[in-house]
Design a binder for this molecule. Sequence first.
Ligand code: C2O
Ligand code: CU
Ligand code: CU
Length: 495
Amino acid sequence: MHRRTFLLGGGLATAGAVVGYKSFNTPSIDMADLATREHLRFPNIIDASITGKIPLRAQAGNTEFYKGIPSKTLGFNQDYLGPVVKLRNGDYQADVTNTTDQPISVHWHGLIIPGSADGGPHQVVQPGQNWRPEFEIKQAPSTPWFHTHVHGQTASGVYAGLAGGMIISDGLDDQRGLPSNYGVDDLYLILQDKTFDASGRMIYRPGMDSMMHGFSGDSIIVNGQMNTVANVPKGIVRMRLLNGANARVFSLSFSDNRPMHLIATDGGYLDKPKDLSELRLAPGERAEILVDFADGNPAMLTSLPDANSGMGGMMGRFQKFANKVGTPFEVLSFAVTRQSPINITKIPDDLGGTMPDLNKSDVMTNRKFSLEMEMGHGMKSGGMMGSAMAINGRSFDMSRIDIEAKVGKLEKWKITAPLLAHPFHIHGAIFQVISENGNAPRAENTGWKDTVLVNQGAEILVQFNQPTDENSPFMYHCHILEHEDQGMMGQFTVL
Ligand code: C2O
Ligand code: CU
Ligand code: CU
């Protein structure tokens, strides 16, 4: 068994395992090693824009992350993860069947649709049951996703595999000069981290520390696969990056420092590409980038260690995010192949997206959210973390509505996160980040967002246009799934 994606030293090395130490130094590309790897596969596409139907069947299965060693996993229509559902604006009916032995839900993270179809904790699909919401999609082209959202079981459910992708397209990417050949130059990349036991089986056993920081794995998987290489054409490649990890914040860059041209955030296209040398992507967030492979050289996408994890992260997190501390490790390698057709050879200047530009003077309501972790709570209550996670002093309660918003009214939310950086997500809307710690938002946060990493403080402007009542309230929460499950979540109506 080869463990080439090993991230942590020491304790995880096991007898008989061949441990790769490559990731302890700045990783470099080993061509001989790349040649031995399997090619990255991309999720199956369901083109729902043709039928108007989204059939999803939650099922149990086995996945060989390590060859010949099956791990028990969950997925939609397959053993692990789900398809990428392709959509256009229009009317849809989802048909969700739960064939697993546990309750699930399907929350459409990034779809701006009414609460009754949102798939949050109030719309649980019990084993053997069926859920058939109807909704209209009417929003900008973007890369949403879907995942289970049962309160208290979101972390374990997503970790097991209950998540999938979506693409909203308007069919105009050729006009924009953007790659759109799925799996060839338009790559859907679901980034996750997993922990494996000594025999190579995936395990989820969050201890005290991972309940506090969120569960981080020791190995990176992309689209459910380990140690692969993605083949790309000798031209411009689009990557739809989705952070589907429970807790890990990726700080991405290429090992040869080639630029990442950011073209879209959670809510859709920017007005024009923004060149980044580093891209930070927190759980729940998506970013689309263009990367130029015209030089024909292989490239390695790397990440710095998560500044949020471990005690060091707790103490020095703010500095670590700012100073980029730690040694990068491999996320995914790319090899240029002559077999792939070259469609796009230049980065477009104009993407035609609308940058958020909400008018502060229209703000009707100001709200404050403090994301809280009760340190030491665990000790006091005999080792159980219980409800140490809260927002404004209150842990999530299914029967309590925390906020009543009004349709069409602009709100300003000030979110603070003193101890750890928390990815703050709101259902049913997209928002504008207006400041981070008093400064202008960093590049990744200048477009429309539905999730923002709050590293101490952030202010956002949000307008709710989708109504929902107390039977199916929208959620706002930390997207570190262990935090969410422990109560760092609230709910609101829009009336
Ligand atoms: Cu991606 Cu409330 O979740
Ligand atoms: Cu969501
Ligand atoms: Cu959190």
